[in-house]
Design a protein around this ligand. Structure first.
Ligand SMILES: CC(C)(COP(=O)(O)OP(=O)(O)OC[C@H]1O[C@@H](n2cnc3c(N)ncnc32)[C@H](O)[C@@H]1OP(=O)(O)O)[C@@H](O)C(=O)NCCC(=O)NCCS
Length: 181
């Protein structure tokens, strides 16, 4: 099932998306802000990752919902937005996102995240959405604040980027389902 906004389609991953996936992931500014993206990027690893994401969607009880962000006006994949670590007992999930370097600062990711939050709270019945950007990822922190996530705590040297081997402090944010959402 795909989701949609005015400018974007959030589409389920398919095998044919590999080249566009590789195009935006092949960027050090992306890898250094992830915990689990090797640098230099390997297309073979992305093939395995994509297969995993596709299979996860087919499960009855997915632990990850991953969507490519497709820009309608260019019919082009420009990033992704996902829910991971989905806990169907506590009804919590972590949200994450990426945008192709050339398409940043157009509010695309914020627009995509809003739709995914709606899907998580209304369709999946989640009660809490968590954000966990590195403290030094100023743009990602900005996106969470723009979307009215509440800052909960900062954990010191909590995560390591596999691309750089650097330890990062991590900010934790929460968005709790209430009557307004
Ligand atoms: C984080 C990321 C997905 C944001 O994508 P995006 O499409 O540029 O996001 P948006 O345009 O929706 O919002 C970006 C906001 O950050 C602001 N911003 C840009 N550069 C900034 C900076 N250096 N410091 C603070 N805020 C900044 C923009 O002005 C914008 O806010 P505004 O709408 O109030 O002006 C993108 O930068 C990216 O892919 N980064 C690398 C991977 C990554 O960090 N992923 C997230 C891991 S948690």
């Amino acid at each position: 099932m795909n989701l949609e906004t005015g400018r974007l389609i959030l589409k389920n991953p398919e095998k044919k998306d590999l080249d566009e996936f590789y195009e935006y992931m092949n960027d050090f500014s992306m890898a250094e802000m992830h915990i689990d993206t090797f640098w230099p990027i390997s297309k073979e690893r992305l093939v395995v990752k994509l297969k995993h994401l596709i299979n996860e969607h087919k499960k009855e009880d997915p632990k990850i919902y991953f969507f490519f962000i497709k820009l309608k006006s260019k019919n082009k994949i420009i990033g992704d937005v996902l829910l991971h670590s989905i806990n169907n007992i506590s009804k919590e999930a972590i949200i994450a996102f990426d945008c192709h370097k050339k398409y940043r600062n157009n509010n695309y990711v914020t627009e995509a995240v809003e739709v995914l939050i709606n899907f998580a709270l209304k369709d999946l019945g989640m009660k809490k959405i968590i954000g966990d950007p590195f403290v030094d990822n100023l743009v990602s922190n900005k996106v969470f604040r723009k979307l009215r996530f509440e800052f909960i705590e900062k954990k010191i040297k909590w995560a390591t980027s596999i691309a750089t081997n650097k330890k990062h402090d991590v900010n934790f944010y929460e968005l709790i389902k209430d009557k307004s959402n």
